[in-house]
Design a protein around this ligand. Structure first.
Ligand code: DHB
Ligand code: FE
Length: 283
């Protein structure tokens, strides 16, 4: 992806999210499903679709409109955006059934690997004139017994004060507001950054048009994205939100959880500070 191609419009961020997803499947691999599993899951999915059509008297014109919309979704590269907003939360809920420790949340389409590695007390890469309230986010990574996890990795990425992500919008330098912070010998970290803004699903592409056609709103509450890793432990992918923030109670992606809401406090120097500890289970 070149910076010139990246754009905060649906066409730009959709295509870039598609490219990022292709790279991530190459890196992580994708599941090999047995014939039995494909038959069970895809069969049930089709039955659910048939059920909706029958129950709601779906007409031929509506069926053709759905086909045209699905084609546009693919052509605009918006499958990752659409699936991460409307479907991923349920996959995460299934994963959460067997996960102890810190609650997870959706990864979304904007993770990028291999960002700058930073010491335990660090500022995220930011533009000299980075907009937004200063935020210090600090805490400790521990195991289920409360033992600190020395050298744990806190991989963090978030939108800027206008709601845009670096790597997916043309006007933001690569790596901005992204980093992998390495916790100290006591598992502690302290990250200085800025408060992100709520995120709006791009309104000019097929996903945005669907949201408008249905009369829904296109907003996610402001959030920090995190992947927390420590050797021998199960990685947690999650998000943290801000108490009282707009859309916290009506996230279009249904990815908020009560346990994941921060209440930052104003410091003497005017910055906000929030502490949050992560708990990882053994792998
Ligand atoms: C989407 C964007 C996000 O920032 C996020 O956290 C989840 C989903 C999206 O546009 O699909
Ligand atoms: Fe996000």
């Amino acid at each position: 992806m070149t910076t010139a191609e990246a754009s905060p419009t649906a066409a730009g961020s959709g295509a870039n999210a598609t490219e990022a997803f292709r790279a991530s499947t190459a890196r992580r691999g994708s599941a090999e499903a047995s014939q039995e599993r494909v038959s069970t899951v895809v069969g049930a999915l089709l039955e659910a679709v048939h059920g909706v059509i029958g129950e709601h008297d779906v007409t031929y014109p509506e069926f053709q409109a759905a086909k045209a919309w699905l084609m546009a979704l693919g052509e605009g590269g918006e499958w990752p955006l659409f699936l991460d907003v409307f479907v991923e939360h349920e996959v995460e809920a299934v994963a959460a059934r067997t996960q102890q420790g810190t609650k997870g949340s959706i990864e979304g389409p904007y993770y990028l690997p291999d960002q700058v590695r930073l010491p335990s007390v660090a500022s995220l890469p930011a533009r000299p004139d980075e907009k937004g309230d200063r935020l210090v986010f600090a805490g400790q990574v521990r195991d289920l017994d409360g033992a600190p996890l020395a050298g744990a990795e806190v991989d963090i990425w978030h939108a800027d004060a206008d709601g845009y992500y670096s790597g997916f919008a043309p006007h933001i330098p690569d790596g901005n507001l992204r980093g992998v912070v390495i916790a100290d010998d006591e598992g502690r970290f302290e990250i200085s950054t800025v408060l992100p803004a709520p995120y709006q699903i791009p309104t000019d592409g097929p996903t945005g048009k669907l949201i408008t056609a249905a009369g829904w709103h296109p907003w996610r509450p402001a959030h920090l994205h995190l992947m927390v890793r420590a050797e021998g432990h199960r990685q947690v992918t999650t998000q943290l939100y801000f108490h009282g923030g707009e859309w916290v109670d009506s996230d279009v992606a249904k990815a908020t959880k009560d346990e994941l809401i921060l209440s930052p406090e104003k410091q003497a120097d005017g910055s906000l500070r929030s502490d949050y500890d992560f708990v990882l289970e053994r792998a």
